[in-house]
Design a protein around this ligand. Structure first.
Ligand code: GAR
Length: 219
């Protein structure tokens, strides 16, 4: 079967470990998405070095030089169109997007969040989960909607919270799961196999391949 890989941009602001997981997965020519652009909102984002070293086109749209959110986003949109981008993955992209930008990318804009949404939207998710004493925590890949960390859920992975956990140790186990479910979720989207109905996302042909959620509840 021949197919055209979907041109995908990854938007970052910092470390870029999820970007790295996506770039590494997309090295496989049978993976249905190619990473055509890494776009950073910060010139000093550490993740840019990995993208450059690995021959991925990089761009910086420095949010600080723009008067407002929408001017910043219009610059990003021009670049995304120049690079003929079809899908976008937010990967530690720490700018809130306007309804205008999100409206340009219906069902084509994904985010990863370090919590089992709808619990723990926003920042410091691991600290908050530990403070609440939850026993199960995790991460979520979802379509982006205008409200922060909201939108139909594509995949989740759960991790057990251990008595010995600190925010850092919990974050590290959750991050390993992020790196597993994000490439799996992007693949389903790029294959055109996701259907959104209200808040629910269905994967076509689930008999042969399940939705890429994971529950590895070992510590
Ligand atoms: C990740 O843990 C991601 O889930 C989180 O930022 C981190 C970025 O790490 N995103 C959010 O909190 C979005 N609400 P990375 O730059 O190494 O991928």
């Amino acid at each position: 079967m021949t197919f055209r890989r979907k041109r995908t941009a990854i938007l970052i602001s910092g470390r870029g470990s999820n970007m790295r997981a996506l770039v590494e997965r997309a090295r496989d020519p049978s993976y249905p998405a190619e990473i055509a652009l890494v776009l950073s909102s910060r010139p000093d984002a550490a993740g840019l070095a990995f993208a450059k070293e690995n021959g991925v086109a990089c761009a910086v749209v420095d949010h600080k030089i723009y008067a407002g959110r929408e001017e910043f986003e219009r610059s990003m949109q021009v670049l995304l169109e120049l690079h003929r981008i079809e899908l976008i993955c937010l990967a530690g992209f720490m700018r809130i997007l306007t309804p205008w930008f999100i409206g340009q990318w219906p069902e084509r804009l994904l985010n990863i969040h370090p919590a089992l949404l709808p619990a723990y939207r926003g920042l410091n998710t691991h600290e908050r989960a530990l403070a609440d004493g939850v026993k199960i925590h995790g991460c979520t890949v979802h379509f982006v909607e205008p409200a922060m960390d909201e939108g139909p859920i594509i995949a989740q992975a759960a991790v057990a919270v251990l008595d010995s956990d600190t925010p850092d140790s919990l974050a590290a186990r959750v991050l390993a799961e992020e790196h597993a479910i994000y490439p799996a979720a992007l693949a389903r989207l790029a294959e055109g196999r996701l259907r959104v109905q209200g808040n629910r996302v269905f994967t076509s042909n689930p008999a042969t391949e399940p939705v890429p959620s994971r529950v590895p509840l070992k510590g």
